[in-house]
Ligand binder design. Structure first.
Ligand code: LLP
Length: 425
């Protein structure tokens, strides 16, 4: 096993894993485990890499809140000039708590917006609604009219572009539930323009997540550009294009030191088609901003051998990080203080009562002993935001590290937190 890490977030200094300049073992002692640890520097650099790569066009990087929705993270990104992509009233309220007065940088996506969520977003005066069906368009026009507002809308079009990724997170094909078939878009824009309470100002697209090939992004953008030209020719004032998120990270391929180059490659796929339009570009990256900047720190509870198979049972579980169980996702796992000597092939599993509660299967790792700490890397995106209380396990604490400083940005849940809505009924 290589001990490839994720600079500047997680690296070995004097053979001990550090988050920036702070030893992970110290974080475990101070804040206990399981613990989500994020590098603020890595997050900032990644956001800046996006900003720089897309500098040739007027743009707003709308961080996709679903990837990780901690208020301190949202506040940090907001201060750096980020906008936000939200998919629920709850996410919108998080943004409003974290960064007051920033709703005008919010885009609202999702196939199932309720009337109450629309009202919340209309009253907050968000920047853009990404509308995904004719029925949604009708309801939005009604709600906006009722509130005396004019809602800026983009239709999320489905470009029918295949993208190599896990089937659960690919979204850009005709048979997926997302968006409006691109051939039907022109008619729906005509309809949108007929409502005084709607302002059809943009086109949006999102073809899926964890996409490592750049061609699908380029193909989708070409189709979107064709549509924008067609809509403009029909008299619509389309001045913004939302290119969605989806840029993948290298879970298996060791460190992605050259993130700047990856984002440049992504920009090179998108910009040529868009440049000539002179539109304002919106992007919705989630994973690529926070994925590699976060790790789940956990402690070995027990070792056991069953039927010749070695198990290492750690104190984190599928309720903390569900990606391996849900998508068979690979996460690199590294010991905080690697032991010398031969490696062992083990399954790393959690305490939850499900065979699917695993982080790695048949993985060769430096020998681990009870009490050792390990870090599950690339857990910053869709880690904590997908965490649950399954088995009535309290959700983990979250810590931000910057240089030599560490601060808790979310307290570990208590049993009382978990039952508070059931007490005193
Ligand atoms: N915009 C829209 C409309 C989306 O649906 C998504 C992700 C994003 C932006 C952000 O995509 P990203 O840049 O993070 O790839 N839980 C899965 C990923 C689900 C992605 C859902 N939509 C996982 O753990 O891999």
């Amino acid at each position: 096993m290589s001990l490839a890490t994720r600079p500047p977030a997680f690296t070995y200094l004097r053979s001990k894993l550090h988050a920036e300049k702070v030893p992970m073992s110290r974080l475990a002692e101070r804040f206990s485990t399981p613990l989500y640890v994020y590098s603020a520097t890595a997050i900032r650099r990644r956001f800046q890499a996006f900003d720089k790569a897309f500098a040739p066009l007027p743009h707003t990087i709308c961080y996709s809140v679903k990837a990780s929705s901690n208020l301190s993270l949202l506040a940090m990104l907001g201060e750096m000039g980020a906008g936000f992509d939200v998919v629920s009233g709850g996410e919108l309220e998080r943004v409003m708590f974290a960064v007051p007065m920033m709703a005008h940088r919010v885009v609202f996506s999702g196939v199932g917006k309720t009337a109450a969520e629309m009202d919340l977003a209309l009253n907050a005066n968000i920047f853009l609604f990404n509308v995904e069906s004719e029925s949604e368009l009708e309801l939005l026009s009604e709600r906006a009219a009722k509130l005396g507002q004019r809602a800026r809308v983009a239709l999320r079009v489905n470009p029918d572009v295949p993208a190599e990724t896990h089937p659960y997170i690919s979204t850009g094909l005709r048979e997926h539930k997302f968006g409006i078939p691109i051939e039907e878009a022109a008619a729906l824009y005509r309809k949108a323009a007929s409502y005084a309470s709607l302002d059809p100002a943009g086109v949006s697209v999102h073809i899926g997540s964890q996409i490592m090939e750049m061609e699908p992004f380029a193909a989708a953008m070409q189709r979107v550009t064709g549509l924008v030209n067609e809509l403009r020719a029909a008299g619509h004032n389309i001045w913004c294009v939302d290119a969605g998120g989806g840029l993948g990270i290298r879970y298996e391929g060791g460190p992605d030191k050259d993130f700047q180059a990856d984002v440049k490659g992504y920009a090179a796929a998108i910009l040529p088609a868009l440049g000539p339009l002179g539109a304002h570009l919106l992007l919705e990256p989630g994973r690529s901003i926070v994925g590699a900047a976060g790790a789940l720190l956990t402690r070995v509870l027990y070792k056991k051998t069953n039927g010749g198979k070695r198990f290492v049972i750690v104190d984190a579980a599928m309720n903390d990080l569900i990606r391996p169980s849900l998508y068979k996702a690979f996460h690199q796992i590294v010991p905080v203080a690697p032991r010398p000597g031969p490696e062992e092939v083990v399954d790393i599993v959690g305490p939850v009562c499900e065979t699917g509660d695993f982080f790695a299967r048949d993985r060769s790792l430096p020998r681990l002993e009870e009490g050792d700490l390990v870090a599950i890397l690339d857990a910053g995106a869709y880690g904590m935001s997908l965490a649950s209380n399954y088995n009535s396990r309290p959700r983990a604490a979250e810590v931000f590290v910057e240089g030599r400083k560490a601060k808790v940005v979310r307290l570990r849940e208590t049993s009382r937190d978990q039952v508070q809505h059931e007490l005193d009924l």
